[in-house]
Design a protein around this ligand. Sequence first.
Ligand code: ZN
Ligand code: ZN
Length: 258
Amino acid sequence: MIPDSHAHLDMIEGDTAEVVDRARSVGVSPIITVGITIESSIEAVRHSSTCEGVFAAVGIHPNDTAATTPEEFERLEEIARSSDRVVAIGETGLDYYCDRTPADRQKWAFAQHAQLAKKLGKALIVHDREAHADVLDLLAESGPTDTPVILHCFSGDESVLSECLRRGYYISWAGPLTFKKNDYARRLAAMVPLERLLVETDSPFLSPEPYRGKPNLPERVRLVAETLAGVCALPLEEMEYILTENAGTAFGIDLTEG
Ligand SMILES: [Zn+2]
Ligand SMILES: [Zn+2]
């Protein structure tokens, strides 16, 4: 089995149970479905309770933090405490590419998520788009030290990667790892210790080759895992085993229950 460490099941068109079943039938499980607003975090928890092999992360995406209130973080904590299928806080982080939310708002919300992850002892899922230095600064100041930090869809350069690895963060690779011209990302992926690697789809976004530009699905995490196995010069079965172990450790999931 190959875990999809980051998907947005509520944003994928069609019947969610069918999407999850089809993924399982091609060996993709578990799926971590990730909230980006209060409503989608509630949906994530709902999907984690109705679909086998689905776990939830709850959070407010940096692009959606413009009007977020302290009360919403109280609500988020309630949602996080409402089910033991909630295995992470996020996604949170900083997005300076899509600049509709002022950086100060994003940073405030990011720090709130980090506090919540520490308080509840859960992993923190971090989104970093064109904000590497500030993401590293904020994590150094406010990030959890006793619970895992996951850099989702890693897009930093070699120095960002070295700092993340020095701090023990998990590095999650998505569809862009498979893009023909992305030798740089594959070179970075080869530098990550095996026990720090994760794969994801971020579906419905970031479809890997040969589906680039089309809506993505959790089942396609297999293509990312195959590319990563090639990068690490490992047989796919061994890569699958490593990725499953890592997802289990990063999210505190007992993967023997399926
Ligand atoms: Zn993201
Ligand atoms: Zn995402």
